[in-house]
Ligand binder design. Structure first.
Ligand SMILES: Cc1cc2nc3c(=O)[nH]c(=O)nc-3n(C[C@H](O)[C@H](O)[C@H](O)COP(=O)(O)OP(=O)(O)OC[C@H]3O[C@@H](n4cnc5c(N)ncnc54)[C@H](O)[C@@H]3O)c2cc1C
Length: 438
């Protein structure tokens, strides 16, 4: 029996487990196990929509136990804690419920092939006060917490008898990468819609304020400059206040302090500036990591010190090459990279089991898309039929953006279920408020 163990059922891991489970369902000599610390999966690029209230979490979550049953793999809940490369086992911490009641004991799971795809966490670069006072968008719990705080802040302001203070309905988003920009645009709409549901003590145009803080000299610094300026124009038109060349020195209970001493008061602060792999990966089972704690892997996705352990997605530092041997650096932490690597890994497992040589992974950059919610979608597409680098905007860009998620859904649900889920959401959308209110 060859035991394949995948840790992390996110954008990459869940697609991989589903494909392998289906491929080896009749093979008694292969077992596929997925481990995740949560019971349900949500595609991470949707987190800002949950946080802003434009998406209902329950409509999009995937239950790991059901997914495993339907796709012929085993699911084990628990947080990866330890790795013993000599005995080829991993340890999972006990899983406890919301009331701290134990649900599972410590679990030891044996592997022949281990694939680690546990994603990334936000990187606060040691900035003072972030842990204590800033909200993050790392998982579904964070997104739901932000949403409930945001709705409560609005309800509280509506009910108070004193005048609404300037900072009271002010959201500061630190980091103007795709996550920060998308969250700002969604929040602009959803906060106004929450207010429109009877909170007439609030003057939306005067009281609601969103600021986007970026240390670089432009928003979306990792993307094409033309895309940055087109996006900045759009979000400035919405009234989002953009502060570039602004480094945050401290997050405080009442707002933030910039490196030039300037204070910005605000009720809610969101930290969305950069990612790193979890700290415990440093020295995990003696595997090699880089300064962002990512596991160093070769182009075959094998970790540099152990050919039986693979890593993919955000937690892996994989050399970024194309088929012509160009590019450099490492593969960026993006959903399209996790999706491509999961597909590559599926074929690697097949080659490994057939004792064939493994193949190198090449990153294909299809471009970047930034959704500004209802207002617009902007992006650039790379290569293929569209030429080298084409700027796109509006409806076509929106369709391309939506297709990223559809690709993920197709990989885990197949065509029929994806079509049914899409139809069901379209129908329920007509009967529900346009923004989630609880
Ligand atoms: C708000 C937001 C918006 C984004 N928007 C985009 C976008 O528009 N386009 C884009 O390309 N990318 C986007 N990204 C990045 C993208 O989501 C990630 O690159 C992608 O999800 C990485 O996939 P992954 O499989 O490596 O990890 P993830 O999808 O993060 O999955 C990791 C999984 O591992 C599990 N896990 C973590 N630690 C443990 C542990 N110790 N034990 C067991 N399980 C564990 C987690 O529960 C999770 O299920 C966005 C990210 C965020 C946060």
């Amino acid at each position: 029996m060859h035991k394949i163990v995948i840790v992390g059922g996110g954008a990459g891991g869940l697609e991989l487990a589903t494909r392998l489970g289906k491929a080896y369902r009749r093979d008694k000599d292969v077992s596929v196990t997925l481990v995740d610390k949560n019971r349900t999966h949500i595609w991470k690029p949707k987190l800002h929509e949950i946080a802003s209230g434009s998406m209902d979490f329950g409509d999009h979550e995937v239950d790991y136990m059901a997914q495993a049953h339907w796709n012929h793999f085993t699911f084990r809940i628990g947080e990866l804690k330890d790795l013993d490369r000599l005995s080829k086992t991993i340890d999972l911490a006990p899983y406890v419920d919301a009331n701290n009641e134990p649900v599972t004991p410590v679990q030891k799971i044996a592997y022949d092939t281990l694939v680690i795809c546990i994603g990334s966490l936000s990187n606060d670069f040691g900035t003072k006060g972030v842990k204590e006072y800033a909200l993050k968008l790392e998982n579904q719990t964070d997104a739901k917490l932000f949403h409930s705080k945001m709705v409560n802040v609005c309800i509280r302001a509506h009910h108070q008898t004193d005048l609404i203070e300037q900072s009271q309905l002010h959201v500061v988003i630190i980091g103007a990468g795709a996550t920060g920009v998308e969250l700002a645009a969604e929040l602009h709409r959803t906060t106004r819609e929450v207010v429109a549901f009877g909170l007439n003590g609030i003057d939306a145009d005067k009281d609601l304020k969103i600021s986007l803080i970026e240390a670089a000299d432009r928003i979306l610094p990792a993307l094409n400059p033309r895309l940055s300026s087109a996006t900045e124009q759009l979000i400035s038109k919405l009234g989002v206040q953009v502060h570039t060349n602004s480094k945050v020195m401290e997050v405080m209970p009442t707002g933030i302090r910039l490196s030039d001493g300037h204070l910005i008061d605000s009720e809610l602060v969101v930290w969305a500036a950069g990612v790193k792999a979890p700290d415990y990966l440093k020295n995990f089972g003696g595997l090699e990591t880089n300064k962002l704690n990512q596991l160093v892997v070769s182009r075959t996705l094998q970790t540099s010190l152990d050919p039986d352990i693979f890593a993919l997605g955000d937690c892996a530092a994989c050399p970024c090459t194309d088929e012509e041997g160009g590019r450099g650096g490492i593969v960026p932490p993006r959903a399209q990279a996790a999706h491509q690597q999961a597909t590559h890994m599926f074929h690697q497992v097949k080659r490994r089991l057939a004792e064939k040589p493994l193949k190198p992974y090449h990153y294909k950059d299809f471009g970047s898309l930034v959704s500004l919610g209802k207002f617009s979608t902007v992006g650039n597409m790379m290569g293929g039929i569209v030429g080298k680098n084409l700027m796109i905007e509006g409806y076509f860009a929106k369709l391309m953006y939506m297709s990223l998620y559809k690709l993920h859904e197709l990989s885990i649900h197949g065509f029929l279920k994806t079509a049914l889920y899409t139809l069901a959401r379209l129908l329920t959308k007509q009967a529900n408020p346009t923004v989630k209110l609880h």
